[in-house]
Design a protein around this ligand. Structure first.
Ligand code: HSE
Length: 311
């Protein structure tokens, strides 16, 4: 049985660790079989465009998520997982989250859909912890559920009818990138920073919910987290300016970077300008138009159709 889960962009600016959106640019697929004994899970093989970067084994995010899902369901089974890796790792696109979401969803389907949404998200978040060092759910939740998800004490899903430009700079990525990008964030913030971030977060959510691109884009374009991280994002200022000049409504770092996400309606123009900006800076990049994707679900055999953009 095969399940695919899409790439995601977390935070959307001010929604640090609580908002993420599924985007259709890339996907992971898991093929899962279960046998008696366990609960346990192992990734036996990683194939596909980004397989080089990902080790199989019991510590792979997909294995951790599947094992946790089996534990929650108290199922004495061992999952053997073949992972088709289509989401480029380390780029801020929820790569480990997609593997985790696909694996957790696959186990739940195999068991007859016994897990609650919260349990699925928690199980997949454990997979995220294995890869990124913290169990933040803002990638796994949209990869599991599709659309834009706000995840905290409550899980809220909306399905905004919006388009983005996704910009991926192909720069070297340090080991434990997410941990590094989290370590540059302030431990405490002033009340005025909190108010500014909250006001942008409110605009982002209301704008997305009502399809008000101007409001959503304004909300997306400031966050205290992006402000702290921007100096570590190659071309941040130049690329953002180019996108706004071309008519983008909003811009944010995608997850912990280095990719960036731009909200737009005339996206082809934004895509071209952003690509030109990276060229001027001498930064190799892929700049794509992305749409909101659906959640993790079962697929037929011939749907391994994702691409590797660059080696
Ligand atoms: N919310 C997380 C962060 C996403 O920005 O650190 C990273 O995967």
């Amino acid at each position: 049985m095969r399940v695919r889960a899409y790439s995601t962009s977390a935070n959307l600016g001010p929604g640090f660790d609580v908002i993420g959106i599924a985007i259709d640019s890339f996907m992971d697929v898991v093929e899962v079989e279960v046998e008696a004994g366990g609960p346990d899970a192992i990734v036996t093989e990683v194939i596909g465009p980004y397989s080089r970067e990902i080790a199989p084994g019991r510590d792979n995010s997909a294995a951790v998520a599947a094992r946790t899902a089996l534990e929650y369901a108290e199922a004495k089974l061992t999952a053997k997982i073949k992972l088709w890796k289509g989401v480029p790792p380390g780029r801020g696109l929820g790569s480990s989250g997609a593997s985790s979401a696909a694996a957790a969803r696959a186990i739940d389907i195999l068991l007859g859909e016994v897990l609650r949404e919260e349990e699925l998200i928690k199980a997949a978040s454990e997979g995220e912890r294995a890869a990124a060092g913290s169990p933040h759910p803002d990638n796994v939740a949209p990869s599991l559920l599709g659309g834009m998800v706000i995840v905290g004490d409550e899980i809220v899903k909306i399905e905004p009818d919006v388009m983005f430009v996704l910009a991926i700079p192909w720069v070297p990525i340090p080991e434990r990138k997410t941990e590094i990008m989290r370590s540059v964030l302030p431990d405490s913030i002033s009340l005025s920073s909190m108010v500014k971030n909250s006001s942008h977060l409110a605009s982002l959510i209301v704008g997305m919910a009502y399809g008000d691109l101007k409001l959503a884009g304004k909300g997306m374009s400031y966050s205290l987290v992006d402000e702290a991280r921007s100096r570590l994002i190659p071309g941040f200022k130049e690329v953002k300016e180019a996108a706004f000049r071309a008519g983008a409504y909003g811009a944010s770092i995608s997850g912990a970077g280095p990719s960036m996400l731009f909200l737009c309606d005339e996206c082809e123009r934004v895509r071209r300008e952003v690509q030109e900006a990276y060229k001027r800076l001498g930064i190799p990049s892929s700049v794509l138009i992305a749409r909101v994707a659906e959640g993790a679900g079962e697929v037929e055999e011939d749907t391994f159709k994702c691409r590797r953009i660059v080696d």
